[in-house]
Write a protein that binds this ligand. Structure first.
Ligand SMILES: CSC[C@H]1O[C@H](OP(=O)(O)O)[C@H](O)[C@@H]1O
Length: 368
């Protein structure tokens, strides 16, 4: 998408070919800062510290992280270490593990001398594939937004609620949940987005709000607990969220709080859509609540909050009593029964084994 009018991706191969450039998302929205990753450990840190985050972007960064590792040492042992270090960064987003499997399958059989060039090429391909998937997904999601606008009699605004950040900052470009929103806005549909702040990391308040603002999309940042009230009062026409891992039966792991939003949507008859690029489908799992690993992050993300002082300085302050324990679950699982439909790059389907098989028969067969 564009930043200050300039087309920009969330990560790129630096012109000197010696590093991977990223947007440091921990600095947004108060500063737009880029960083250069030159080693395996810098790539792993960027994922773990959430300088880059979002399932597709994590996968892309990991793929380039393998390249960075092999540049230093392309041996079997170095490849194995790179896959282990990167695979250990974050547990929930399946794209990380899918991308690393892709790199392992490609690189392990190659001669050591061929691995560095092959790794860089495949990482670049994965980035371009992500962009194409998200743009296609956006086109299918746009039809749902247009249908909702028709159902509303084209009066007022199309009110969309989203949770966390599944915009272009969560991917290489376009985003998943926000891809249809950008296309709708650009097509002149008067869309407005209710942006869940998304405690505790505030990806909505700091990232979704920033990127929607950059694109000129009307939006309002709300506390996470406001969504149900808005739905009760007819202020939400549909919800659309991203996912970090969706099972073969359509159970959806996403940022903590998504499940509660889906419950409120069901109780109020509000359609609840999940934008699902196919690399985020975990075909090996059936029961998401039981089987999807849920990341638990450092408690200081709950006890502390970072923002900008009136002086313009950035500061971190404590919001909980010293000594009060915290729990910081990063994700939850929305059962398929609460999902109205899945929006993929191949079309829209029911959140079910049959629905996913209808769009991805070759993938379903491979994992039958
Ligand atoms: C399109 S994936 C976006 C997904 O990733 C976010 O998690 P995190 O910011 O912790 O990487 C969140 O679950 C978003 O829905």
């Amino acid at each position: 998408m564009k930043v200050h009018g300039k087309p920009t991706r969330t990560l790129w191969l630096e012109p000197d070919g010696q590093a991977v450039g990223i947007i440091d998302q921990t600095r947004l929205p108060h500063a737009f800062v880029t960083a250069r990753l030159t080693t395996l450990d810098e790539a792993a840190h960027a994922i773990r510290a959430m300088q880059v985050r979002g399932a597709p972007l994590i996968g892309a960064t990991a793929a380039y992280g393998v390249w960075l590792a092999l540049r230093a040492d392309a041996s079997d042992a170095a490849l194995a270490r790179a896959l282990a270090v990167l695979g250990d960064t974050r547990p929930t987003a399946i794209n990380l593990h899918w991308a690393l499997d892709e790199m392992r399958r490609l690189l392990a059989p190659l001669a050591v001398s061929e691995r560095v060039a092959a790794a860089q090429r495949r990482a670049a391909e994965l980035c371009d594939e992500d962009v194409a998937i998200n743009r296609a997904l956006g086109g299918h999601g746009l039809k749902l937004l247009e249908a909702a606008w028709e159902r509303k009699g084209k009066r007022g605004r199309l009110e969309v609620l989203t949770h966390c950040n599944a915009g272009w900052l969560a991917t290489v470009d376009w985003g998943t949940a926000l891809s249809p929103v950008y296309l709708a806005h650009d097509a002149g549909l008067p869309v407005h987005v209710w942006v869940d702040e998304t405690r505790p990391r505030n990806q909505g308040a700091s990232l979704t709000a920033w990127e929607l603002g950059q694109h000129g999309v009307p939006h309002t940042v709300i506390a996470d607990n406001v969504g149900g009230h808005l739905m009760q009062h007819g202020r939400v026409d549909l919800c659309i969220v991203g996912t970090d891992r969706t099972t073969a039966h359509g159970d959806v792991a996403n940022k903590i709080g998504t499940y509660l939003k889906a419950l409120a949507a069901r109780d109020n008859g509000v359609p609840f859509y999940v934008a699902l690029p196919s690399p985020t489908i975990d075909w090996s799992l059936r029961d998401g609540v039981k089987e999807i690993p849920i990341e638990q992050r450092d408690g200081t993300e709950v006890s502390d909050i970072t923002g900008r002082l009136s002086s313009g300085d950035i500061a971190t302050v404590r919001v909980t009593p010293q000594g009060s324990p915290t729990a910081n679950y990063g994700f939850d699982v929305t059962p398929a029964r609460l999902v109205t439909a899945l929006i993929t790059e191949r079309g829209v389907c029911a959140a079910s084994e049959e629905g996913l098989r209808s769009l991805f028969p070759e993938r379903a067969r491979r994992h039958a």
